[in-house]
Design a protein around this ligand. Structure first.
Ligand code: OOG
Ligand code: MG
Length: 262
């Protein structure tokens, strides 16, 4: 930890204002090059506390940078974790107002919902599967609050891992009915196939990303509560979005999720 409480609060307020006003910032490590993970998660926690105080509900949790495609695209080597808000939810098949964002990108993900609390350290894949109620396809809408997506790992953690919105839907399935890692996935943009992948792109098994999240939370003596909605991370690289673009993600056995930016 390198920052004092007042600086953490100031940086959190800056990032929240950037989200609210759609005015991107330079990455905070330009000003604080020594910023470490503890600082970054403390800033993210301060953003979460301020949103909660303003009446926002936390609607789920997310892991990011969990696939090679994403790590390569963003030039990083480690997963990151963040939270989802109630106001970030958009309907499957619905319209998403483009002007809500600075420079949105979308990515295809597998989400799961738990029926049992998950607790680290030492949480592993089998415990996650035992605690999973069902899995469903999802699209995450990312929107970095940094200019031109220029960020490093600690800056993006402070910015709640670029979380901006999500759409879930498709055909939810019980996890024991599926061979989750081998499920194929197709991303279509304006009717054209632009990405193809399999769910194993996420750490070999998307549930492994939830185990990492539980082990990460354990460091702050937190758990993943029963009933959590968790996005496990982009399977393919994120796609940039222009107003009018329509996307459909089709996942084998799990149906499809679509959205259009208007
Ligand atoms: C960081 C967030 C990454 C994912 O699923 O990989 C993420 C970013 O790329 O802006 O959510
Ligand atoms: Mg994501």
């Amino acid at each position: 930890m390198t920052l004092d409480q007042a600086t953490i609060a100031r940086l959190a307020a800056r990032l929240e204002a950037a989200e609210r006003n759609r005015q991107p910032l330079v990455k905070i490590t330009d000003e604080f090059p020594q910023l470490d993970y503890d600082d970054a998660y403390a800033i993210q926690d301060a953003i979460r506390a301020s949103k909660l105080a303003a009446g926002v509900r936390i609607a789920g949790l997310k892991a990011g940078l969990t696939s090679q495609a994403k790590m390569r695209q963003m030039h990083v080597t480690e997963p990151v974790f963040g939270f989802l808000t109630d106001y970030g939810a958009y309907a499957d098949g619905g319209d998403v107002p483009f002007e809500q964002f600075i420079a949105p990108r979308i990515e295809a993900e597998i989400a799961l919902v738990t029926h049992t609390e998950l607790k680290g350290p030492g949480c592993h894949l089998a415990q996650v599967l035992a605690a999973t109620d069902f899995v469903l396809p999802a699209v995450e809408i990312l929107d970095s609050r940094y200019e031109n997506f220029k960020f490093d790992l600690v800056s993006v953690v402070a910015d709640n891992t670029s979380a901006a919105g999500y759409v879930c839907g498709g055909r939810p399935r019980l996890v024991d009915e599926l061979d989750l890692p081998t499920l194929g996935l197709v991303v279509e943009k304006n009717g054209q196939v632009v990405e193809t992948a399999a769910a194993a792109a996420v750490l070999g098994h998307p549930a492994a990303s939830v185990a990492m999240l539980a082990n990460h939370l354990a460091r702050q003596c937190q758990t993943i509560p029963a009933g959590s909605f968790i996005m496990t991370g982009g399977i393919t690289a994120a796609l940039s979005v222009a107003r009018g673009d329509a996307f459909t993600v089709r996942v084998q056995e799990l149906g499809s999720v679509s959205l259009r930016f208007v």
